[in-house]
Structures are given as C-alpha cells and as structure tokens.
Design a protein around this ligand. Structure first.
Ligand SMILES: NC(=O)c1ccc[n+]([C@@H]2O[C@H](COP(=O)([O-])OP(=O)(O)OC[C@H]3O[C@@H](n4cnc5c(N)ncnc54)[C@H](OP(=O)(O)O)[C@@H]3O)[C@@H](O)[C@H]2O)c1
Length: 296
C-alpha cells in the first residue's frame, strides 16, 4: 500500500485494496481527517466585536471567542480595563485584539466604531447599564440615558453593521438582552420595557436578515454574577448590615436555580456556541437563560 499524507487530497481519492485491519485504520484516519477539517474550518479567525467588553458578561464573551482563535475588537469606556481584557484574550488564543475606547451611548462614537472595524463576522451587543427603580423613581433624563446606550445603541449598531453584513452576504448579530424583558418587573421598569423592545426587535430583525445570510439572535440572562449585580447586592447589604462586604448574605441561594447565581462564563459559552456554523438555523429567536427560575 502506498503511503499518502492524510492531508493530501490524493489520499481520499486513491482506491487501494485493504485487508480488514487496514480498512479499519483507513476509516479511523478518514474520521480524524474529517475532524481536522472541521476544526480547521472552525478555526479560521472571524472578526468579532464585543461591546461592554471591559468586565462582566462582555469580558467573558471576549475570552470565549478568544479561545476559538478569533480576531477581536473590544469596546467600552474604561481604557485600562479594556487593555487587561485584551491581554487576557491574547493569552487565551485570540488571533488579534484591538481595543476601541468609546462611549457607545453616543451616536457619533458608534459610527466611529463601525469606521474603525469595518465589516464584521460577528457583532455582540452587550454594553448596557439601565437604571433600576419604579416609574416614579426614574427621571425622564435617566430613561433617555439608559435607553440611549442599551436600546437605541443596540438598534443603531445593528443598523450600522447589518448594512455592512448585507454587502458581504454573511454575518451574525448577538444581542445580550435580559430576562426582565419577559419576566416583567415594576421595580426595574426601565429595564423591563427596554429589554422587551429589544426582544421584539431581535425577533423581527432575524426574520428580515436571514435572506441576506445574516443570523440575529438574543440571549436573556437572569441574574448573573457580575459587578452590576454585585453592586446591587452590596447596596442592599450596606443598608441591612452597614457592611457591603456581606453582600452574599443577601442572596437567598435556596430561591436560585442550582443554588447559585449564574456565572458570566455560562452566558458567554452559550453566545459562542450559538455562533457556530453547526447551528446555522438559529435566528430570529431570543434564548431565556434563567435556569428555570421563572417557573419555580
Ligand atoms: N448581570 C446580570 O445579572 C444581567 C442580567 C440580565 C441582563 N444583563 C445585561 O447583560 C449586559 C452586560 O451586563 P453585565 O452584568 O456584564 O454588566 P457590567 O458588569 O456592569 O458591565 C457592563 C459593560 O458595559 C460597558 N459600558 C457601560 N456603559 C457604557 C457606555 N456608555 N459605552 C460603552 N460601554 C459601556 C462597561 O464598561 P465601561 O464602564 O468600561 O464603559 C462594561 O464593560 C448588559 O446589557 C446587561 O443589561 C445582565
């Protein structure tokens, strides 16, 4: 039997007479070859922008895509923290990382971001900081400020990058939204209303852009262990015990699925997994990631 490198196309075309053991070996090598081809195809660096990448879910997304060898653009306001995440991402396997310090609540900054990156393979809209409180706790300025980043910011980024993706006839948009958009909360009314709008927007856009080979989907995280949630619990611990460091005592873990808060890495893993070509039919949907909390 002639020897051909398993990487040579000739190997697959060559008809050879094989005994039982050689046939088994050929099947194993072909299986390995197919596996290698799949890994190599998945490993082609994709251009990925993650907004709000300096900490929390955004940072976890940066590391998840970095582990897939992608080319990352990381946007947020805090330059130092962005640089830290960039270094971590390179260490985790990113092909390249570029930081984009920007206040994405500003329309001009969003346009400048798109000019800097050019067309993308994947956009992860994640930067958000909607204020808590009921209707009478939030001023109109606070509503506008919150929605300028998370609601109008997401819509505008989809418009800017969606246009570029339409030209290249491919792309994926992931909107990190929030369970409060389904499990409506009067004490987080600005977030509930904003997230509900983004859920509707994501579903409608997914239906429109599939004809241009663009996928759009969202993830609704429930409470996730990030600075945002910790600072909320720290405030509560401060007012209950006069000690913000006792924030974990404010958590009723028995009331949480699996007895704990969700980790940001779990949201990031779902986002990265759903960007794989192997789930290409996933579009126009928003996945609730609450561990079943809504039905408990
Ligand atoms: N954690 C949760 O329990 C939870 C639950 C449901 C939904 N979510 C959603 O998930 C997303 C991430 O939440 P998180 O918990 O990871 O929040 P986080 O820890 O507070 O991080 C928010 C990120 O957004 C960036 N950001 C804030 N304002 C910005 C602005 N004006 N321009 C650019 N970047 C800005 C922050 O960076 P800089 O400060 O450096 O700008 C940071 O990187 C948000 O959209 C949030 O609503 C979170």
């Amino acid at each position: 039997m002639d020897f051909y490198s398993p990487f040579s196309p000739i190997y697959r075309d060559k008809q050879v007479r094989l005994d039982k053991n050689s046939a088994k070996l050929k099947i194993e090598i072909c299986g390995t070859l197919k596996g290698l081809e799949m890994i190599m195809a998945e490993k082609t660096p994709r251009k990925v922008l993650i907004t709000g990448a300096s900490r929390g879910i955004g940072r976890a997304c940066a590391l998840a895509f970095a582990r897939q060898g992608d080319r990352l653009y990381l946007a947020a306001r805090n330059t130092e923290k962005l640089a830290e995440v960039a270094a971590e991402s390179l260490q985790a396997g990113a092909a390249d990382v570029q930081c984009i310090p920007a206040d994405l609540a500003d329309e001009g900054a969003r346009k400048a971001c798109a000019d800097t990156t050019g067309p993308l393979d994947i956009l992860v809209n994640n930067a958000g900081a909607i204020r808590g409180g009921g209707l009478f706790d939030i001023s109109m300025d606070d509503w506008r400020e919150s929605w300028e980043l998370k609601v109008f910011g997401y819509l505008h980024m989809c418009q800017l990058y969606g246009a570029l993706m339409k030209q290249q006839k491919s792309g994926i948009i992931v909107n990190i939204i929030g369970l409060a958009g389904r499990d409506l909360r009067p004490d987080y009314i600005c977030g509930s209303a904003g997230n509900a709008a983004l859920i509707a927007f994501t579903q409608a856009l997914g239906a429109e852009l599939q004809k241009d080979n663009i996928r759009v989907f969202g993830i609704n995280p429930s409470a996730t262990e990030t600075d945002r949630v910790k600072s909320l619990y720290r405030q509560r611990a401060e007012s209950r015990f006069g000690d913000p460091d006792r924030w974990e005592e404010m958590l009723d873990t028995n009331s949480l699925p699996f007895g704990r808060l969700k980790r940001p890495e779990e949201v990031a893993s779902l986002a990265a997994l759903c960007c794989s070509d192997s789930v290409q039919y996933l579009s126009g949907t928003v996945i609730d990631m609450d561990g079943g909390a809504r039905w408990m």
